[in-house]
Design a protein around this ligand. Structure first.
Ligand SMILES: N[C@@H](CCC(=O)N[C@@H](CS)C(=O)NCC(=O)O)C(=O)O
Length: 212
């Protein structure tokens, strides 16, 4: 089984299914393609011209959410969605909102050049109504889900789930762009959750590999 990804430094879409596969304990190899410098290699393997892709059982599964859902089917014991039905409905809603939305945040706060960067070299916070709206919405979503379903653990729905994989790149953006969550309605819950995502061991492994 091979996961084909873009450069670890900025391919946020690649990070998500990689975290999910790690969580499953999957035995997989990784092929990193420089998607801008090596378009030819990308187009040879990718029907959509995008990464990530999972090559498995003679098929190429494309799209980070499709790969994550495939993992949830293949490894039910990994409990990639919450066991509680209400939590599960909303975990899927939250992950899908991230997968399909927050365009202003994505546009104004690109992942590069270095999502692991901390200290004085970090980028200044973005300005603009649309990105402010996205940040407020994420703070409200995180706060609400943590309050309702987070009691059993540190993650959005208690135990780690696919929703956490999808929000990890948001946490890196909040750190990199020095976004003051309190100024966007946070009572401390969202900042604490951001820090949990940034300290998750698999994410730290990805970050270390990215800087190698
Ligand atoms: N909805 C897709 C989005 C994938 C995507 O946009 N991937 C970016 C890399 S982070 C890409 O392959 N870009 C290559 C290009 O635009 O040429 C998913 O979830 O996998």
């Amino acid at each position: 089984m091979e996961l084909i990804i873009g450069p670890r430094l900025y391919s946020t879409w690649s990070l998500r299914p990689w975290l999910v596969l790690k969580r499953c304990g999957a035995d997989f190899t990784v092929r990193e393609i420089d998607i801008h410098a090596d378009r030819e290699q990308l187009l040879q393997v990718s029907p959509s011209g995008l990464v990530p892709l999972l090559q498995v059982d003679g098929e190429t599964i494309w799209d980070s959410m499709a790969i994550s859902v495939w993992c949830a089917e293949r490894w039910p014991e990994a409990r990639l969605w919450p066991a509680d039905a209400h939590a599960r409905w909303l975990a899927r809603s939250a992950a899908c909102e991230m997968h399909g939305g927050f365009m202003a945040l994505r546009t104004d706060c690109g992942m590069g050049p270095d999502h692991t960067m901390v200290g004085p070299d970090r980028s200044p916070p973005p300005t603009g109504e649309a990105v402010e709206r996205d940040i407020r919405r994420i703070v409200a979503l995180w706060t609400d889900m943590r309050a309702r379903f987070g009691a059993g653990g540190q993650y959005l729905f208690g135990d780690w789930s696919i929703a956490d994989a999808f929000f990890t790149p948001v946490a890196t953006r909040f750190r990199h762009y020095q976004i003051d969550l309190a100024a966007h309605g946070d009572d401390g819950t969202a900042a604490a959750y951001r820090d949990v995502l940034l300290a998750q061991p698999d994410f730290l492994e990805w970050s270390a590999d990215a800087l190698r």
